[in-house]
Design a binder for this molecule. Structure first.
Ligand SMILES: Nc1ncnc2c1ncn2[C@@H]1O[C@H](COP(=O)(O)OP(=O)(O)OP(=O)(O)O)[C@@H](O)[C@H]1O
Ligand SMILES: [Mg+2]
Length: 381
């Protein structure tokens, strides 16, 4: 999958740009605060219809402008599509080949991107929610059904929590919980199974990349940690169970903890509370990885995700690497740059010219300055 043409108007500090990115590596080089991440954010938004760093449209529209527009010509094999997003302060319109798309889910997959940004690194040390979000986002990109199942699951958790509070306050009988508990276990079992299966496919891809990037005898392990009572697992790991068995375990767990959940007024078991344990050389990365190691680990997960996407979908996602080289020493920067030609279209931001020089086959180099993006090297169509 490639973006052949990209036009951005009044988005963040970008007043207007019209680019013809190349199929391989595109570098966006510029000093701090010039608009590099803004351009990456615009591409991400064209793919996902949301930003990775702001929720309100108002923050994304250029100060003083009334609307932001992002327009891309995307090609997969021989097929070419025109995608357009217009952001107004309180709404957005989305078009594919000039025709409006009413629902976000119908736009799913038109442009697939894999993102690495300084935010991605936070998942190594941050709260479990960040690791869950990484898994859910990656999995949703390859499986629209998962995205819909996740939405359903969240709705059930919310409803059940509301009901738990009503039972606690004596407004309804505990029997009212039953149908919601059954639904939560069923939907939760499905989510759990999909996550474990995805993780089993992602792990080898991420491990291989980690070894290539790290170039040291350190091993990477990723273990899914389900929020289920130990007594129910009886020495079995969640990834060894099928959807039915996971559903049954969740249902048992929920039954056991019902009284405690009523008191707490919230669901205390289920995939919305699970974690992903990341281990480097048998030690939790969360506690022991160095700054650079953490970055290499997060990078390996993102690049592994891109690799797996290609295997599952038959085409490569666009890779967005924001500020990827910072905190890496020159040797690790070089190891990373050597890997990049093995991916599809890449957009990489950097503040340093030396980082650009390490990339073996850069197809286009753009200079980013005060929101203006100019081609310095490469073919402009
Ligand atoms: N809605 C907006 N309208 C105008 N300018 C904005 C808007 N939102 C952000 N900016 C400006 O965009 C600039 C930041 O751009 P960006 O985050 O892309 O920088 P960068 O080139 O990635 O820098 P760094 O190397 O520090 O990461 C800031 O100067 C900020 O004030
Ligand atoms: Mg930036």
């Amino acid at each position: 999958m490639n973006i052949q043409r990209l036009r951005v108007h009044d988005f963040r500090n970008i007043r207007s740009c019209d680019l013809a990115p190349q199929a391989g590596i595109n570098i966006l080089c510029g000093d701090n605060g010039q608009g590099k991440t803004n351009l990456v954010e615009a591409i991400y938004l064209l793919a996902n219809l949301s930003s990775f760093r702001a929720f309100a449209n108002r923050k994304l529209i250029r100060h003083g402008a009334s609307a932001a527009r992002i327009h891309g010509v995307v090609c997969v094999g021989e097929t070419e599509k025109e995608l357009g997003v217009q952001l107004l302060p309180e709404s957005k319109t989305v078009k594919v080949n000039g025709k409006s798309v009413a629902r976000g889910v119908d736009f799913f997959g038109e442009l697939a991107v894999t993102l690495f940004s300084p935010e991605t690194v936070k998942m190594v040390r941050g709260a479990p929610e960040l690791r869950r979000r990484f898994l859910d986002t990656a999995l949703s990109r390859v499986d629209r059904g998962y995205l819909l199942a996740l939405k359903e699951y969240r709705r059930v958790v919310e409803q059940r929590n509301r009901l738990l509070r009503m039972v606690r306050d004596g407004r309804v009988s505990p029997t009212a919980l039953q149908p919601w508990t059954v639904q939560l276990a069923e939907k939760g079992g499905h989510i759990l199974h999909r996550r474990c299966r995805y993780l089993s496919e992602l792990t080898p891809a991420a491990v291989e990349i980690f070894q290539q990037l790290h170039h040291k005898e350190s091993s990477l392990r990723m273990v899914y940690r389900a929020a289920l009572p130990r007594s129910l697992m009886a020495g079995t790991s969640v990834d060894a169970l099928d959807t039915g068995a996971l559903t049954a375990r969740l249902a048992d767990g929920l039954r056991q903890s019902e009284r405690m959940e009523i008191q707490a007024g919230g669901t205390r078991l289920g995939p919305h509370l699970d974690d992903l344990l990341l281990e480097v050389s048998d030690r939790p990365a969360r506690d022991f990885a160095s700054q650079g190691e953490g970055r290499l680990l997060a990078l390996s997960l993102a690049l592994g995700e891109a690799r797996l996407f290609e295997r599952l979908k038959g085409h490569r996602p666009v890779l967005l690497l924001d500020d990827v080289g910072s905190e890496l020493d020159p040797r690790h920067q070089r190891l990373l740059c050597e890997q990049l030609p093995r991916f599809g279209q890449v957009f990489l931001t950097t503040t340093e010219q030396p980082m650009c020089d390490k990339i073996p086959v850069c197809r286009a180099l753009f200079d980013v300055k005060e929101g203006e993006i100019a081609l310095v090297m490469g073919k402009q169509k």
